[in-house]
Design a protein around this ligand. Structure first.
Ligand code: UD1
Length: 374
């Protein structure tokens, strides 16, 4: 019996891993799959709810690391995950995306010592993405993880181009699509159970959905104030549109730290909620008139749902979402954001198409390859 470990830790990891777990269960006579949760995200609303709604088992092993400085967090994950590796002796480790847990686990796999082996085969799911912005912690995580991985599972063509440019061998690159979209396609059927529109008193296509958590936006007083100014501008274009803003714990803490509670409360039609579970959030994404975000995954989900998405960042590591999909990279350029909102309001915004292989069958393609490699 072979053994594969998946390491996850932060919210977006969970929906990327869920379809792989379900697919591997089909081969349970050949391979055991164990889920290792680092504890990077630990609040019930950032973690447990996703395991429940994605119908995942409780993590087999929980490292309980929690929030720390990036260095401390990675160091603790490494120390704890090394113990797991020594005990579990996996044939392969899977890591997902670009969060600190991803890179910390990759570093352990690159240098370990059991059964005469010095490395553990490592597969990176969502490999090759690059924003070319090394101020983003995720960009460093992507570069390091890709350099330590044996197998690169790629979501969009830019990933292949980036890895080839960096000298990786095409032999170990597999463009299989996007497992986050597998989850979206599967769970979309279940969102009708969600009561979120009613509980927020909003109606289909009459609200904009907002998410913000990038340090460059929310840890910076000037930028956060600028964003609130943009929200006020939206009200002037259409005073009837609601702005739904599920708040990330990082953003909540920064608003409190900067003393901006009063100024956020003054924004007309702004509805603030706690972080939401997967199904409620998917219901909101698919029902929104448009989305303002600095998240990576939401650029992809809105592309598949064909909902206009304005990204409040200067760049994206997911260029297919604006080349093919419904995304526009706006930074914090108020004029650009508001002119795109006017286009959306008047029905003149681009419609977008679905990227290649974002069809809900990515985990099936990935697992078939993994089984040949273990
Ligand atoms: C992390 C990822 C980011 C991802 C995001 C999704 C890195 C470098 N960043 O960012 O790529 O897009 O998750 O949400 O890995 N906190 C809580 N409860 C929690 C988790 C965090 O209150 O369950 C608070 C803590 O104060 C913490 C802060 O949020 O310091 C930030 O958490 P952290 O995991 O460091 O980064 P995120 O901003 O969540």
């Amino acid at each position: 019996m072979k053994k594969i470990l998946s390491v996850v830790g932060a919210r977006p990891n969970f929906m990327k891993m869920a379809p792989i777990h379900k697919e591997l269960l089909k081969y349970k006579k050949k391979v055991t799959h164990r889920i290792i949760h680092t504890g990077q995200h630990y609040d019930k609303k950032m973690s447990d709810v996703f395991f429940r709604e994605l119908e995942l088992p409780k993590p087999h092993i929980f490292l309980g690391v929690g929030s720390k400085s990036h260095t401390q967090q990675k160091a603790e994950i490494m120390t704890e995950f090394e113990k797991v590796v020594m005990k579990e002796k996996p044939d392969m480790v899977l890591v997902y995306g670009d969060v600190n847990s991803t890179t910390a686990a990759a570093l352990v796999c690159a240098k370990t010592d059991y059964n005469g082996k010095t490395t553990i085969p490592l597969a990176h799911i969502e490999s090759g993405l690059r924003s070319f912005d090394r101020m983003m912690p995720e960009e460093i995580n992507r570069i390091v993880t890709d350099n330590l991985s044996n197998y690169h599972f790629i979501t969009e063509k830019s990933g292949i181009k980036n890895l080839l440019k960096e000298g990786f061998s095409s032999k170990n690159m597999f463009m299989c699509g996007n497992t986050m979209i597998d989850s979206l396609k599967f769970y979309l059927k279940k969102i009708n159970k969600s009561k979120i529109l009613k509980s927020l008193s909003v109606s289909e296509k009459n609200f904009a959905l907002i998410t913000l958590h990038r340090p460059s936006n929310v840890d910076n007083l000037k930028n956060l104030k600028k964003i609130f100014g943009i929200f006020k501008g939206i009200n002037k274009i259409n005073p009837n549109i609601d702005l739904v803003f599920p708040i990330h714990p990082r953003t909540q803490k920064m608003i409190e730290k900067f003393g901006l509670e009063k100024s956020i409360n003054e924004i007309q039609n702004l509805i603030i909620t706690e972080p939401l579970g997967y199904l409620d959030f998917l219901k909101l994404t698919s029902s929104a008139k448009y989305i303002l975000t600095d998240s990576g995954g939401i650029q992809e989900e809105s592309t598949v749902l064909k909902i206009p998405c304005l990204t409040l960042r200067e760049n994206t590591e997911r260029p297919v979402t604006y080349e093919v999909g419904t995304n526009t990279i706006c930074g914090l350029n108020e004029k650009l954001i508001l002119s795109n909102i006017k286009k959306i309001e008047s029905g003149k915004y681009k419609r977008g198409k679905i990227p290649e292989k974002w069809d809900g069958k990515s985990a099936d393609r990935i697992v078939k390859i993994l089984l040949k490699k273990i």
